[in-house]
Design a protein around this ligand. Structure first.
Ligand code: GLN
Length: 276
């Protein structure tokens, strides 16, 4: 099918407030991997100037990490009709990737190191608490096995092996999950709270993770999953993603896994050629 028929709008949550940890790389990865396939891509900042209608108009949502103060500023704006629009999108399966400070705000609340509790959107059944400025932050390399059922199944079908994500975490807040499914289980690093072995969360088609890095360049098949999910939802048909050469990403992953002495199945990861 002529790929020029496909258009995608990436909604980028508060770019000026929530890009402290390089997560803009997730936006760039989705944008480039779509453009390399001939899709027409637009990036729409979903910031204080954005309307609820604009939130409803996007096909994929990306949210990055932020310091406590910026998170508080975001939540002063993301309420009312805008909050409802976000809930509607994520509950109805709009795909997205939300890193660290963003998923903390998609949960019930985030208690920062200092200051008052920040009420979240309650879309994800989770709470996050920063134990205080003198508590060691969770900082370091992260490797997880994706365990969220639907996502693990889709990714395994795409790459032909169990999906593992390689990343980097940097957070003070500790997250405890309620009914929302974990994104994965920690193979290396701390994850949600350094205690229960979970990392991130998964809701409908929204990926929540503590993995900066940014996540997608080191795990390009996740970017492809987001793109295919958005296109399938928008055009209501299976979309054939042409394969891309991800040798560099593969080398970066293998180099990191070797450095961390993490043994994973070595089968080469295939790229998605046909989306079921
Ligand atoms: N400020 C939050 C915390 O310290 C989120 C940090 C982040 O987004 N990396 O947990």
């Amino acid at each position: 099918m002529n790929s020029q028929l496909y258009t995608l709008t990436i909604g980028w949550l508060y770019p000026k407030l929530m890009s402290t940890y390089g997560d803009r790389g997730n936006v760039t990865t989705i944008e480039r991997r779509s453009q390399w396939r001939g899709f027409d891509v637009k990036v729409l900042p979903l910031d204080q100037a954005a309307t609820a209608e604009e939130i409803k108009s996007v096909d994929i949502i990306v949210g990055g990490g932020a310091q406590d103060r910026q998170q508080e500023l975001v939540m002063r704006d993301l309420k009312g009709a805008k909050a409802e629009a976000m809930r509607e999108k994520l509950d109805n399966g709009t795909p997205g990737v939300f890193t660290c400070g963003s998923p903390q705000l998609l949960g019930h609340y985030y208690e920062p190191a200092a200051g008052k509790r920040i009420e979240g959107l309650g879309i994800l059944d989770l709470v996050s608490v920063h134990p205080g400025e003198n508590t060691k932050r969770c900082i370091g390399n992260l490797v997880i096995e994706v365990t969220a059922k639907k996502l693990a199944r889709d990714l395994e079908a795409m790459i032909g092996m169990k999906p593992y994500l390689v990343g980097f975490e940097n957070h003070g807040g500790r997250t405890k999950l309620g009914k929302t499914e974990a994104l994965g289980k920690v193979i290396y690093g701390l994850g949600n709270n350094g205690e229960d072995g979970t990392e991130g969360a998964f809701h409908q088609n929204a990926i929540a993770t503590y993995s900066h890095g940014p996540l997608l360049p080191k795990n390009p098949f996740v970017a492809d999953w987001l793109i295919q999910t958005a296109l399938r939802l928008k055009y209501q048909q299976p979309i054939q993603l042409s394969p891309l050469n991800d040798e560099l990403a593969q080398y970066a992953r293998e180099a990191m896994l070797k450095k961390l002495k993490v043994e994973l199945p070595t089968e080469k990861q295939r790229l998605p050629t046909v989306v079921s």
